[in-house]
Write a protein that binds this ligand. Sequence first.
Ligand SMILES: [Zn+2]
Length: 304
Amino acid sequence: MDQLQTAADLIELQACPICGSRTSSSFESLHDGGRVVSYLLCGSCAAVYQSPRMTVEALDSYYKREYVEQHQRAGGVTEKELRIQAGRARNLTRLLQSRVISVDRHLDIGSSTGSLMVAVAEAYGSAGTGVEPAEIYRSYGLARGLHVVPDLGELDGNPFDLITMAHVLEHLPDPVQYLCELRDRWLTSDGAILIEVPNLFGHPSLELPHLFGFSSSTLRYVLGRAGYEVVRVKRHGSPRSQLIGLYLTAIVRPRGAGGSAPSRKPDSKNVRIRRRFGMIWHRLATRIAPGWAWLPLPELEVDP
Ligand SMILES: [Zn+2]
């Protein structure tokens, strides 16, 4: 039996990891990685969170094992992921340019193959630093001449004026605390953070390593609780779809003394129905207009 399936590696959450409420109801269960993965819906703030879930230690060994297996299966970084990452990097950089005028120091957390670091550096002339725990991606980034370290602890502590986190927040056990730490330790007081997550109302989204499923209102609420002012949240399918709102991208800044109050707790009433309609649309669009629902893989503009 897989050692990760033993009860000792799992914790049942007694309270919502976002707002601390003990009121919850079951949301969805699915099979992934040979286990049943269950999610709860917080009755107070509408967060959708995995419980029971792996302990921090079990998550750590899960990722280590998963990356090694992925590497062995694919024989390295695949062209498909490079093309998706290149398309995503171009899209996120365009979005940034609509709200962020200049960047000197960019930190990309979960930098993977480094495509976003390259795109941001080209757009702003900034110096990029990547944090990437998986060795396979880190060495790929290093081979591209990028500055990539395995964790934040390796950095000298100088703050950044842009931090990006694409498809990272849903993996973190305590997103509010992590975002607070970024604000207090790693972001300049006038800096910006860009975050992209799968959209609970447009993307299947729930899978073993995803500890949360975010909607636009729960994402806004998490960001508000962590002391940020939301500049923009965009729902979109880029670079995969023109019809399905697969992703949510937020641009935020630290909330100053005179900033607006954090957003109110989202209502948990319509979460189930919006999830159901979102998944019906996902399937319907795929069936009736597959060419629009799923775009060809983006081109690699430059030689990776
Ligand atoms: Zn809650």
